[in-house]
Design a protein. Structure first.
Length: 238
């Protein structure tokens, strides 16, 4: 990004800019692929001295053998690389409040992040204003309204995972039986299509359908009242 847009801040630079009175410490903990854990201890020491940890996770977007996500770049494993999964497990032992920022072309599916991270921002592959957008969400200047456009499986063996399988072990109607699930994994997604958190809450009421009966080729019109029941401005995009 710096090569094409030299004035663009990376996330660290933007956090420092947004928090001029805070002491921001950075440590390089791991690579974007593989199982190199040689920098773990240094990063854990920095985390131990911090009030809150902001953890960047994910892969490298691009083309060719140096990238882990992108056009024509595939993987048989939807989990984070081993060096990142193991770091999260070690970090959990410090009992620090931790926010993860996930940069990647594919959604995060991580046992360790799901279990130990307090909040996850799915940043995908943001452009030149990505650091500004992420920092605005981190510090509450913008209330996140994005919702997942996909369902995220626990592991590769669940894929494809969607609600209306005719048969099999998915989570559609008719498979709620111990005999049709997985023996080593929930049948439901890790995160559902449309999942997303907010700094506020919303209430739904007065569900209305425009007419009582429809012909098969007619459009179904449904409306509902949405009320922000929290103290923070927010948008509801479900």
């Amino acid at each position: 990004m710096k090569k094409y847009f030299p004035k663009t801040n990376n996330l660290l630079e933007q956090i420092i800019l947004a928090c001029p009175e805070a002491e921001v410490t950075y440590s390089y903990g791991y690579v974007y692929a593989g199982n190199d854990t040689s920098k773990h201890e240094e990063a854990l020491a920095a985390a131990a001295a911090a009030d809150i940890v902001i953890l960047t996770l994910g892969g490298k977007h691009g083309w060719g053998t140096s990238a882990t996500t992108g056009e024509g770049v595939d993987s048989t494993n939807i989990q984070l690389p081993e060096c990142q999964e193991s770091f999260i497990k070690k970090l959990a032992g410090l009992n620090k409040s931790t926010v993860a920022i996930h940069f990647d072309g594919r959604p995060i599916s991580s046992d360790m992040a799901d279990r130990h991270i307090d909040a996850i921002i799915e940043a995908w592959n943001p452009g030149q204003y990505g650091a500004i957008a992420i920092t605005d969400v981190l510090f509450g200047d913008y209330n996140p309204a994005g919702r997942l456009p996909v369902s995220i499986a626990y592991n590769t063996g669940q894929i494809p995972i969607f609600y209306n399988h005719d048969n099999g072990s998915s989570y559609n109607v008719g498979t709620n039986s111990d005999l049709t699930g997985y023996v080593d994994c929930p049948r439901e997604p890790r995160y559902y299509f449309g999942h997303g958190l907010s700094y506020t809450s919303f209430a739904y009421s007065e569900l209305r359908i425009s007419q009582a009966a429809y012909h098969p080729d007619e459009k179904l019109k449904v409306s509902v009242d949405v009320t922000n029941t929290g103290d923070v401005f927010g948008e509801e995009n479900h």
